[in-house]
Ligand binder design. Sequence first.
Ligand code: SF4
Ligand code: SF4
Length: 211
Amino acid sequence: MSPIPGSGLAKGLAVTLRTMTRRSVTAQYPDVLPELPPRTRGVIGLFEENCTVCMLCARECPDWCIYIDSHKETVPPAAPGGRERSRNVLDRFAIDFSLCMYCGICIEVCPFDALFWSPEFEYAETDIHELTHERDKLREWMWTVPAPPPLDPRAEEPKELAAARKAAEKLEAAEAAEAAAAARADEPSGPAAEADGTGDGGDRRGGEGPA
Ligand code: SF4
Ligand code: SF4
């Protein structure tokens, strides 16, 4: 069936009218900052304490834009008679955000939870070299990483939290036992205390004599 002459024009005008009556959605950035979803990929933060310099992130990065330098250090044995161990010490950790394509592979592959997405995106530079963020800057981004969403009410407790909770409970119990032992040691007892009349089995008649 051939279209009615002028129907295309009417459809176009209808779209124009509909759009004209809708509320404007122009973002007034930078006067009004956008409300970004919590999982926004803005910039990558480094939690240095968790990094073991395993190099997995640098190896898996498709753009080869993660630069890591490290050296080995010998750590004395944990217990007498044990063996010395060696560990990697981080010297440099940098990400070149002029090359990064925000794929998130480095964050996914990090086995030690040392890399996180931050929603911050205002780090444009006029000099491209400034887009290589060194470890101090990457650490600063960590403070802008949003807290993880709460767990489902009946979800299993994460292993790290369970371990930390058990360690805290153990410490608390040890401190309580120590305090109880100290209190017992301070309590007057034995023959000397009894002679003074201050012990539990002491003679308290001294204060009850005839006036
Ligand atoms: S997000 Fe992707 S491209 Fe960017 S540093 Fe990580 S792995 Fe490399
Ligand atoms: S994968 Fe994680 S732990 Fe390994 S070097 Fe990268 S940030 Fe550090």
